[in-house]
Design a protein around this ligand. Sequence first.
Ligand code: FES
Length: 107
Amino acid sequence: MIQTVMKVAVAGYSGLAVRAGTEVQIGDEKIAIFKLTNGDVRAVENRSPHPKGGVLSEGLVSGNYVFCPVYDWKISLVDGKVQAPDIGQVKTYEVLVEADEVYILLG
Ligand code: FES
């Protein structure tokens, strides 16, 4: 089976503030993108796995993690895993930065 990957431009790289989240929407999917202190850009679904589901793009970023603004869950921006003692996982998206453009790859 041939898999087609969709490459969607979502933001300008230089316009993204470091350690701040931005919400972008592709179709029905709301995605939070974050520029980390090391310059990497990460993308995860913009909803905490917590039952009350906070908006992660409003969370605080520290290193490779975002802290949910509602219950302070610590969520990895690398693999989407919620860190102990809490459990859960958010969907992560592949990000590509080319020139000054940030793309999300949807497979
Ligand atoms: S509502 Fe998710 S831990 Fe925040």
